[in-house]
Structure formats: C-alpha cells, structure tokens
Design a protein around this ligand. Structure first.
Ligand code: AKB
Length: 320
C-alpha cells in the first residue's frame, strides 16, 4: 500500500485528489499538507478532518523531510504552486515557490527514495509551439513566468530521473474545471466561474475573448490521470514527465452555448483582461495526447456536454 504525502493539499486539485486517494489507499496512508490550515477555504475542514494533516511549507525542506520520515512516505504528490495570472503580478514570488519548492520536494524524494508526481501545464508551451494538436515533443518557449517555471520543472524532473533514478512522473494539465474548490489565479478560471454565475445571477462577463480556444478538462478525469500515471508500469513509460493529456478544447462562446442549452435565459458579455488574453493566446488550442494513451492507457471520460450536465447538477446541489 502506498504512503502518500500531498503538498498544496488545500488547492483546487488537492481538495479533491486527497479524498480520492484516501478512498483508494486508506485514510491513514494519505497525508495532506499545506502551509496553513486554509481558513475560509472551501473543503479545508473535510481534508483536515478526514485523515492526517500537517503544516508543510514547501520552501522549508526540513519540514518536508520531517513529515516524509514521520509517516514513512514513499510517494509525494507535489501540488504547491502559483498559477499563471497571479504569476504575472508577482513573478519573483512565483519563481521562489514553483522552483525552490519543487527543488526541495525533489531533494526529499531523492533522499528518501520516494516516487514523485509533479504537474506541468499547457503553459509550458509558447507562441512558437504548433497550436493545433500540439505534439508531445515540440518547441517549448513559453512567455509567462509560470510557463518558464513549468518547462524548467519538466526538465528538472527528467534530470532527477536520469541522474539519480528518482521515479518522477507528471502530466501537462489543461484548465481544470470543478465544483468543489475554486481555482486560484489562473488564465482558464473563467471556465469555472461561468458555471457559478449561470446558476447564481444568470449573467456572466467573460475576461477571455470570443474564439480563444484552450484545452480544458473536468476534474474527475484529471484525478484519474494522477492515479493511473502513478500506478503505471514504469517499463512502459518512455516520457515519464510532462505527458500531454487532453479531453476537450473550446472557446468562451462554446461553453456558453452548452450551458445555455440547459439555462436558456443565461446571457454572456465580454470585458477582456489584456494580461489573461495575452497569456491565453500564447498557449496551444489543443494537445495531442497519444503518448499518454499509448504509454499508460490515458482515456478521458468527459466531454464539454457531459461535463456541463454534471457540473450544473452538482453545483445546483452545492449552492442550494
Ligand atoms: C492556469 O490557467 O494558470 C492553469 C493552467 C492551465 O495551468 N489553470
């Protein structure tokens, strides 16, 4: 049975992943950690009370090491990270947390013989990358500090595998859509907020321009990707880090039309945020995920239509 430490466990992914991992591997075997108790954050109570929880600041390597030893951890899921839009406001903070935090986690993994999952992102690509069906192995010259940290992280993880034999694995997440916890400061966040506003006020102001396509994914598929990749047969993995994964790609007008099918009175207007728009335009329209499909059997379950039905149903229950 795996013994897992999750960093950044109270964020958008962690809030759901911890519960899923506790279902699979047992409550006691999944240690959630965060640099604070996440006061006021949705779901933090559930995460803290449903199994072990520890304060871990990823900038403090001793703290990560102590908790790893205390619980005899063999797998680290390193989620602590700053997202793209906040990163452009605070590039130095992003670099410190995303790079030094990752370095510290990799060092603890190396010293304690742990496997480690590190998420990359569609942000690891840039304007010179082929835009449609972006290949697994291609040009990576991102123009955001977040993207620079993600591509550096991919390389660092590859290095730790090649040089020290650390079992590093990862995927390039698209924009993630979920109803449990809100995303914090990304460019793709509009695709989550649109569902809340469709139900709450029936009107939405979109900060991304019509026609701007980005890869997106429903959270259950994203969670499956983490579990499936960490369980995959190592001998079949040619890439290890930073697998492209994809399930849907759309522009704001397409998600709006899909929601409108169920809420006909819903209206949307645009008030484009130039910083987010520039970031969105530097990212691919859609990724080719064949390497993930062939090497470890990646297969998403949701498309825009089935995600929208589920999101609206679950959010309705939550908001009532
Ligand atoms: C962001 O928008 O910054 C993230 C991402 C695509 O990595 N959701």
């Amino acid at each position: 049975m795996k013994k897992i430490l999750v960093t950044g466990a109270l964020g958008q992914i962690g809030s759901e992943l911890v519960l899923k991992l506790r279902d699979i591997y047992g409550e006691k075997n999944v240690v959630a950690s965060s640099r604070s108790t996440g006061k006021g954050k949705e779901n933090s109570k559930e995460i803290i009370e449903s199994g072990p929880f520890e304060i871990v600041d990823v900038l403090n390597p001793q703290q990560i090491a102590d908790i790893t030893k205390k619980y005899d951890i063999d797998t680290i899921i390193h989620l602590a990270s700053i997202l793209s839009a906040v990163g452009e406001e605070k590039p130095h903070v992003l670099w410190n947390i995303n790079m030094n935090g990752l370095y510290n986690a990799l060092e603890v993994a190396r010293e304690n013989n742990c496997a480690i999952f590190v998420p990359s992102s569609i942000a690891a690509f840039g304007p010179s990358t082929p835009k449609d069906l972006t290949p697994q192995d291609t040009i990576q010259r991102p123009t955001t500090i977040y993207g620079v940290s993600k591509v550096s992280g991919e390389l660092l993880c590859d290095y730790y595998y090649e040089r020290f034999g650390v079992d590093t694995r990862g995927v390039r997440f698209p924009g993630l859509i979920s109803y449990k916890a809100l995303p914090g400061g990304g460019t793709t966040d509009y695709a989550v907020h649109i569902y809340y506003e469709a139900l709450k006020t029936k009107e939405f102001t979109c900060n991304i321009k019509e026609g701007t396509k980005m890869d997106m994914m429903y959270m259950p598929d994203a969670l499956d990707s983490v579990v499936d990749l960490m369980e995959a047969d190592a001998s079949k993995l040619e890439h290890r880090n930073a697998f492209n994964i994809a399930s849907m790609s759309f522009g704001p007008e397409e998600i709006y039309e899909e929601i409108k099918k169920q809420i006909p009175e819903f209206t949307m207007k645009y008030d484009v945020d130039p910083v987010k728009q520039k970031i969105a335009e530097s990212w691919p329209n859609s990724l080719d995920d064949n390497a993930a499909r062939n090497e470890w059997g990646w297969k998403p379950k949701y498309n825009l239509e089935t995600m929208t039905t589920d999101m609206l149903e679950k959010l309705k229950e939550k908001l009532n």
